[in-house]
Design a protein around this ligand. Structure first.
Ligand code: ADP
Length: 649
């Protein structure tokens, strides 16, 4: 349709169907005409509107401004466009934001209004959220900056000022690395390059040093994230940095203190160990000559005096042995010999040994029947522990008190408990029970002791693979107990055939190697060889059946296997190991005096990982152990040259 052909009806049609609010007002503000949008979207008919002046329907806060615009419209020359926005009331009482375009013409005001309520609301919501974000940024102590891909600072939060003492104006537009300490700039730059090379959302985290304007050196920890605009351009990094100077200093101090404590502890253990050795030699002469004098002297007086020397010497020897054991436990080098043993027999023997001490103190020992069960333990060490617990229960008891020994069994373990009727131990003091030389003030009680027994007992039981603990009620007494694994049937059967021997070289190693070998000399040789690998715990078994049993129980990282064993053949051992899901994958090195090729082939076909013929070269054996452990995933910090002092076989 051309302009000339537009008739009045077309204009009327356009006027009436427009969704914008269209109206013509008189110069006094009374309504002349409105289009259909008024009733449709505002709820007002022309009659409604004509019942009052237009200003009555304007939000009270917008009345003054609207009247100003209206006066301008009326007074300005015709055809001057005036635009403004205000809130117009609807019939339902609600207000809508309207953006008006008006013109005054021949004393009348022609206006077209568009509802922009949702736009205004969105804007104010955005403004509120920006306000909140700004407030959060202001409040955080961390420094938050944005940088472009040339590392130029685009914006900074106030936290930056607080950390570095550098104001926003001094940072925006400058390279962000200017505050980084010069030695660390390369590192930070490479981190930022890597960040910008990645995709949107790429993250980084790094530390660097920076100098505060007052000269202090700061340690800063930064986390960064890459962001891009909606088109994937304009890459920026948001970098959040925190001053970690204090925590870095704390970490450093803690590390130094820990290292110093470890050095001191090691020095102390070494000192105690050396001193104990040095003391034992002269003590040997003292005890030896005291015994000779006891044999030769006849005068009762002299015998009594020599008796004192002998007894004191024995006490001193005991003390030295305990100190030596404690220092070995602390250094992780305690050696224990594990075998299946009958607990009942051990209990009987110990009770007999402490009986004289119990009668001296007027204490009754009640030893209820212990199960006829075998446990895995070290006979001599268990005796030492049990004697110590019994002796304590007698010493720290009331007159005419009792000491009760009980046994219980649960999920493959046996618990042996020693209960006394003494004063009990205060809960606050219990932690100190196992500290060497700490006697919990017992020194003032006149009861003899060194304060080493419990620390030693706990260390020994743990080295054997058990646990030791205490329950106590003040005023009623204490129960000291230890738990040990029960020896399984197969172990017991084989142990009947011949006493078995298991050695454990250190108490807290990382890797376990099992050696199945019936020759004690060979066991000792490998044991000494592996002292060069302190992180290896060596377990040895003198029989094949026990070896398989221990392999299933300990699941070692490597097995060394002798061929000619006393109970079953090494090949049977291998078949049993390969037939059990727990041991199927454990690498096995065969050490055999049988160098026959067919024998080697037979073992290799059955899946052994290496075959070394005896007499084996120690360095070769050590290399083979290192190699197989390395392949099994253990990057062991091995000291290579250390073979001096180990005899070759
Ligand atoms: P000690 O040589 O002093 O007996 P221990 O290491 O065996 O050394 O015990 C450490 C301390 O624990 C003892 O000095 C004593 O104070 C306390 N203690 C040990 N056993 C008992 C017990 N059965 N009842 C009460 N206190 C005990």
């Amino acid at each position: 349709m051309t302009r000339e052909k537009l008739g009045a009806s077309d204009v009327g049609e356009f006027f009436s169907t427009s969704t914008d609010l269209m109206s013509i007002l008189d110069s006094d503000g009374t309504w002349k005409i409105v289009n259909a949008a008024w009733p449709n979207s505002m709820g007002w008919t022309l009659e409604d509107l004509q019942s009052g002046p237009f200003i009555d329907l304007i939000h009270p806060d917008d009345v003054a401004a609207t009247l100003r615009e209206f006066d301008r419209l009326v007074s300005l020359p015709d055809a001057t466009l005036v635009e403004f926005r205000n809130r117009q009331r609807r019939r339902d009482g609600g207000y809508r934001w309207i953006e008006w375009s008006c013109q005054g013409r021949e004393g009348m005001v022609f206006s077209a209004g568009r509802d922009i309520t949702s736009q205004v609301e969105n804007q104010s919501a955005l403004a509120a959220s920006l306000e909140t974000t700004r407030a959060i940024l202001d409040a955080v102590v961390d420094s938050i900056i944005t940088v472009d891909d040339n590392f130029r600072v685009l914006d900074v939060s106030p936290g930056t000022d607080r950390i570095y003492g550098v104001s926003k104006v001094d940072r925006v537009g400058r390279n962000s690395l200017t505050i980084v300490y010069s030695d660390d700039r390369m590192h930070v730059a490479s981190e930022l390059h890597r960040l910008f090379k990645g995709g949107d959302g790429n993250l980084t985290s790094y530390r660097f040093r920076a100098q505060h304007v007052d000269g202090r050196m700061l340690n800063i920890e930064t986390r960064g994230r890459l962001i891009r605009d909606a088109n994937g351009d304009a890459a920026r990094a948001v970098l959040v940095s925190r001053d970690v100077t204090e925590s870095v200093a704390d970490e450093m101090n803690l590390k130094q203190a820990k290292e110093a404590a470890e050095r001191a502890n090691k020095a102390k253990s070494e000192f105690m160990s050396r001193m104990s050795h040095e003391l034992r030699t002269p003590l040997n002469s003292v005890l030896g000559f005291a015994q000779i004098l006891e044999m030769e002297l006849t005068s009762p007086d002299e015998l009594e005096m020599v008796g004192y020397i002998h007894n004191s010497g024995k006490y001193l020897l005991e003390l030295i042995n305990e100190v030596l054991d404690i220092s070995r436990i602390e250094a992780g080098h305690i050696s224990v010999m594990i075998e299946p043993l009958v607990l009942k027999e051990l209990v009987k023997e110990c009770v007999e040994l402490v009986a004289p001490q119990a009668s001296d103190f007027g204490i009754t020992i009640i030893s209820s029947s212990c199960y006829d069960v075998q446990v895995l333990g070290d006979q001599q060490r268990l005796k030492q522990v049990l004697l110590n617990l019994l002796s304590n229960a007698i010493k720290y008891n009331r007159p005419e008190g009792t000491v009760t020994l009980t046994c219980s069994q649960e999920s493959g373990r046996v618990r042996l408990s020693v209960t006394d009727t003494g004063p009990g131990i205060n809960p606050e003091l219990r932690e100190r029970l196992f500290t060497p030389f700490d006697r919990l003030d017992a020194e003032s009680s006149g009861i003899e002791g060194t304060g080493l027994g419990l620390a030693l007992s706990k260390g020994l039981i743990e080295a054997i693979g058990g646990t030791l603990g205490v329950d106590s009620v003040v005023g009623q007494g204490s129960t000291f107990w230890f738990e040990l694994p029960i020896a399984e049937q197969a172990t017991i059967l084989s142990s009947r055939a011949r006493p078995s021997l298991v050695r454990q070289a250190t108490s807290s190693p990382a890797v376990t190697v099992l050696y199945i070998e019936d020759d004690v000399a060979n066991v000792q040789l490998v044991e000494r060889l592996l002292l060069k690998r302190p992180s290896i715990r060596l377990i040895t078994a003198l029989q094949g059946v026990l070896g398989v049993e221990l392999a299933q129980q300990y699941e070692p990282s490597l097995i060394l296997l002798d061929v000619h064993l006393t109970d079953i053949h090494g090949f049977d051992v291998l078949e049993r190991l390969r037939g059990d899901s727990r041991t199927i994958d454990i690498p096995v090195i065969v050490l055999s005096a049988d160098a026959a090729a067919w024998q080697q082939r037979r073992f290799k076909n059955a899946g052994v990982d290496d075959y070394l013929s005896k007499p084996f070269d120690l360095q070769h054996l050590l290399d083979a152990i290192d190699r197989h452990l390395f392949v099994a995933g253990f990057a062991l910090p091995f000291a290579q040259p250390a073979l001096e002092g180990v005899p070759n076989s």
